[in-house]
Design a protein around this ligand. Structure first.
Ligand code: BMA
Length: 368
């Protein structure tokens, strides 16, 4: 009885605390503040499920209104949706994954209307070399786009185009739709031009600070929650080495793919680091990208992923895309009759996980 009352007091304290928290942008819109507070609260109880490009295409289809591989397996859409803006900086009509940006805007609105959560990643081209996000041929890229650098003006045009896309994320009555923005991710590795061996910690932090300042002050954008997202790390120091600051980051995140037997342990290490930091710094914690070879591991959803993350207060886990172009890579989500489909239904039915129908009832954009 005593233990129960202590637990309920702790639970109430979490709710009160969460509902008083503020995102870092002092001009954040009401819906953005509400989303932040509700994410803060929900992470103590539930785990939302997310899927990249879920509404855009799937294992064997592309651009079919209403379709979703996840829904075809478990009867419900995800709660969280990842969208990718690579090539928006070029002024192109569609992304590096061949998805039209105006369609992405419509899906973001649809998700918002249903009470789901949208998150945006950005594999932007290398402004220094003109190559892809994976062009790591020069260590000058980040330095060159900071104020005073030779590519600074070009980089500002990239941010201008990004800002135009974000500015258009409005409902019919003009309410801005909050999104979780996750730029310059996996920077603890060195496969993107903003990665660890390609710039100094100070340059990386300056890139973040310039980006946030530009979007907020020059572009007047105040419907973003900023997500700092490393790749696999082993220590708190490694996680924080390039952290741009509590004053501009709302969400502490990590990406971690299952590439072998050390995955559950690595996942527990990352989840412990990120959730502890989030608790102490009053932030939201997420697993912003994951995925596995599901044909080799058909019970991955419950036996590996859920088992490892269950003890931690993570807001969501998002699995990467189910590409329709076979050459890209395998599907990281389930699809109809996929080898992991039965296990995914168990994952869906677990009381811990949250999908679209449940998230709709939570009113994440309303004040509690
Ligand atoms: C990667 C892969 C690529 C894709 C990129 C951006 O992880 O899925 O095929 O172009 O993300 O979405």
């Amino acid at each position: 009885m005593k233990l129960l009352s202590i637990l309920s007091l702790l639970f109430l304290a979490n709710i009160t605390w969460a509902q008083k928290s503020m995102p870092t942008d002092s001009k954040a819109t009401t819906e953005t503040i509400n989303l932040y507070r509700n994410l803060m609260q929900l992470q103590h109880e539930k785990l939302m499920f997310g899927h990249q490009d879920d509404l855009a295409y799937g294992h064997t289809w592309v651009f079919e209104e209403g379709r979703s591989d996840v829904k075809e397996v478990c009867g419900d859409y995800p709660a969280v949706y990842g969208w990718e803006l690579g090539h928006i900086e070029l002024g192109d009509a569609y992304s590096l994954d061949s998805v039209y940006f105006d369609k992405i805007q419509n899906w973001i609105k649809e998700v918002y209307d249903r009470g789901g959560v949208n998150t945006i990643s950005w594999h932007l081209r290398n402004p220094y070399t003109g190559g892809t996000a994976w062009d790591t041929s020069s260590k000058q890229a980040v330095k060159s786009i900071l104020p005073g650098g030779e590519k600074h003006e070009l980089f500002c045009t990239y941010l201008d185009r990004l800002a135009t896309f974000l500015e258009e994320l409005k409902t019919d009555d003009g309410t801005y739709i909050p999104v979780l923005f996750r730029p310059y991710h996996e920077h603890t590795g060195s496969w993107f031009w903003w990665g660890k061996n390609l710039c100094t910690p100070d340059e990386y932090k300056a890139l973040w600070r310039f980006t946030v300042g530009y979007l907020q002050n020059e572009k007047n954008i105040h419907h973003l929650l900023y997500s700092y997202s490393t790749d696999r790390v082993k220590t708190v120091d490694e996680y924080l080495e390039r952290y741009p600051g509590d004053d501009i980051v709302d969400i502490l995140a990590f990406d971690l793919y299952d590439r072998g037997p050390d995955y559950p342990e690595a996942l527990r290490t990352c989840a412990a680091i990120v959730t502890d930091l989030a608790k102490n710094r009053n932030k939201v914690a997420t697993m912003s990208e994951t995925g596995a070879s599901l044909s080799e591991n058909p019970e991955w959803w419950t036996k590996t992923l859920l088992e490892a993350v269950k003890p931690f207060d993570l807001s969501y886990v998002l699995v990467w895309r189910n590409p329709w172009k076979r050459a890209d890579h395998g599907a990281f989500g389930p699809y109809k009759n996929s080898p992991d489909a039965t296990d995914f239904v168990k994952f869906f039915n677990d009381p811990k996980t949250v999908f679209q129908k449940e998230v709709s009832k939570l009113n994440l954009y309303k004040s509690k």
